[in-house]
Design a binder for this molecule. Structure first.
Ligand code: NAG
Ligand code: NAG
Ligand code: NAG
Ligand code: NAG
Length: 487
């Protein structure tokens, strides 16, 4: 296929150029819809495969949780707007040392901001550092770290290009009615300093909003209110009526900002989404309904009662990919937030409104051989519980739980599922399917119904200029010569 391209005649060449120019111009359109790209996974796609996935889906904004060199290198030259992240654990150091801040900026930002480099637009300083369950342990570092990093950006001549933000959990504010929104009393002082800082640097306020968690954590929460299809449980707040939890939450923040004198501050939603597995209510139908409803709602530019016609500046869906090694402290759904599964396959049809139709799968993903590890049906499995526990400590078994896609597969099915998850994480090493002789390798896919027994990936493409980029460059050279001849 690639070779044939160079033998095309002039007409297809012109057509190709038109397509190139058009898709080039599409890159500058501000869509407002981005994704979070987390990497806490035992089966990681290579960064270049992920970046191709973003490009194929015309996703132009991506939020990272760190500044992983592999990811940032793969994003070079893509034009994709990138938010890098500073983990909470680094805040103490960065708040106390300007030298550490300078070094962090030079190693994780400046070095990529070269011609043809990575388009870093934001640095997220900490991740939900005010989360109530952190009991304030990161709180006092946030403003000093912001100040130091900002100074480092100024020194590096990047302050006009790269903006600092602080992703806040929605638990930073509270109220029963949106118009009554206020920040938690113990945060008032620090949030006042934060918004003043953001305002003077032209940065937006960033918040993570999760109607799923409201529903999950509260059996009285009216289910339809979490979605965007209308509800019999609308919330009336003076003259305003709220038909979905997202708008209600958003306006609670708007009101809280207003009380500090920043009611007009732009808001970016740093995380929003719906999980597909591991708990009741976490399923494909609900996730599709929520995410599609959200995208349509935001792109409809309706805004909210307190900000009519002004939707959030940007929203970043949580998440791009499933992350099977995340902590399940929040719940068994935590490893299943992806709009794509761990291997870059779309879980459901979703139109991100980026002019691209439905989600497109990752291409050329390399899998391990098609084989699985299951419990040997001829063996007595009464002594298996330690193996089961160990396998599920190392690997992901969260779909087996109540509400999960593999919950109904029976006791033996459970054991096979655990064995296989472990075997795949161990890259199918033969000893990893032993389990004191209770395991056996099969070539028949043991998946049942919605319950998928996975095959791991060996996706280790080298990053850098791929074949497609080369053919792109060659075509531009041809175009250039052709143009010069015409002049
Ligand atoms: C910053 O860059 C260094 C050097 O490349 C890297 O080791 C480190 O992990 C990066 N920091 C973060 C928070 O990602
Ligand atoms: C999916 O979740 C929604 C609520 O989030 C629930 O109403 C629905 O019954 C669930 N569907 C299935 C098939 O479990
Ligand atoms: C399968 O495992 C899950 C999770 O440990 C458990 O909730 C369920 O009851 C098990 N099913 C059977 C039939 O043992
Ligand atoms: C990818 O990894 C597999 C094993 O994990 C190895 O056999 C293979 O040679 C690697 N391929 C490349 C291109 O590095």
């Amino acid at each position: 296929m690639k070779m044939a391209e160079t033998q095309l005649g002039l007409a297809p060449l012109l057509l190709y150029l038109v397509v190139v120019v058009l898709s080039g111009s599409a890159l500058v359109v501000e869509s407002g819809i981005g994704v979070n790209w987390g990497t806490i996974s035992s089966h990681r796609l290579s960064p270049s495969t992920v970046v191709d996935l973003l490009k194929d889906n015309k996703i132009h904004k991506v939020k990272l949780f760190d500044a992983d060199p592999g990811s940032l290198r793969a994003l070079m030259g893509s034009g994709i707007e990138v938010m890098v992240g500073i983990p909470n654990e680094l805040l103490a150091l960065l708040s106390s040392s300007t030298a550490a801040a300078d070094l962090w900026v030079s190693q994780n930002v400046s070095r990529y901001m070269v011609k043809g480099g990575t388009n870093i637009k934001y640095i997220a300083v900490g991740n939900e550092p005010f989360l109530a369950s952190y009991s304030g342990q990161f709180q006092s570092y946030v403003i000093p770290a912001l100040t130091n990093i900002q100074q480092s950006l100024v020194k590096a001549n990047l302050a006009a290009i790269v903006k600092l933000v602080v992703p806040c959990n929605a638990d930073a504010y509270e109220s029963s009615l949106p118009s009554q929104g206020t920040f938690r009393p113990e945060l008032t002082q620090i949030i006042t300093q934060l918004v003043s800082f953001l305002n003077s640097n032209g940065s937006p306020f960033m918040v993570n909003i999760y109607p799923f968690l409201s529903l999950y954590g509260n059996s009285d929460f009216p289910q339809e209110y979490a979605f965007f299809e209308g509800t019999t449980h609308a919330v009336t707040d003076g003259p305003n009526v709220y038909y979905n939890a997202f708008d209600g939450n958003f306006d609670t923040l708007v009101a809280a900002l207003g009380k500090l004198g920043y009611g007009q501050m732009p808001i970016v939603v740093g995380e929003v989404g719906w999980p597909t597995d591991g708990a009741l209510g976490a399923n494909l139908t609900a996730a599709r309904a929520f995410n599609q409803g959200l995208v349509n709602h935001v792109l409809g530019n309706k805004g909210t009662p307190l900000r009519p016609g002004v939707p959030p500046m940007d929203i970043y869906l949580f998440s791009l990919l499933d992350e099977g090694a995340k902590s399940i402290l929040p719940g068994n759904f935590e490893r299943h937030w992806g709009i794509f599964s761990f291997d870059g396959q779309a879980k459901y049809s979703l139109n991100l409104g980026l002019g691209n139709g439905l989600l497109k799968n990752a291409k050329d993903v390399q899998y391990l051989p098609s084989r699985w590890c299951v419990a040997d049906p001829s063996r007595d499995l009464s002594g298996v519980s330690n193996h089961f526990r160990l396998a599920c400590t190392v690997a992901d078994c969260t779909t087996l739980n109540y509400g999960g896609s593999c919950n109904g597969i029976g006791a033996k099915g459970n054991i096979s599922y655990a064995f296989n998850s472990y075997y795949q994480i161990q890259k199918q090493k033969s000893l990893s399917c032993d389990f004191d002789g209770l395991g056996m390798v099969t070539f028949l896919n043991p998946s049942v119904g919605e319950c998928r027994f996975l095959v791991g990936i060996t996706d280790n493409h080298s990053s850098g200029i791929g074949l497609h980029s080369w053919s792109f460059i060659v075509w531009w050279l041809v175009f250039w010569i052709f143009w010069m001849l015409l002049m």
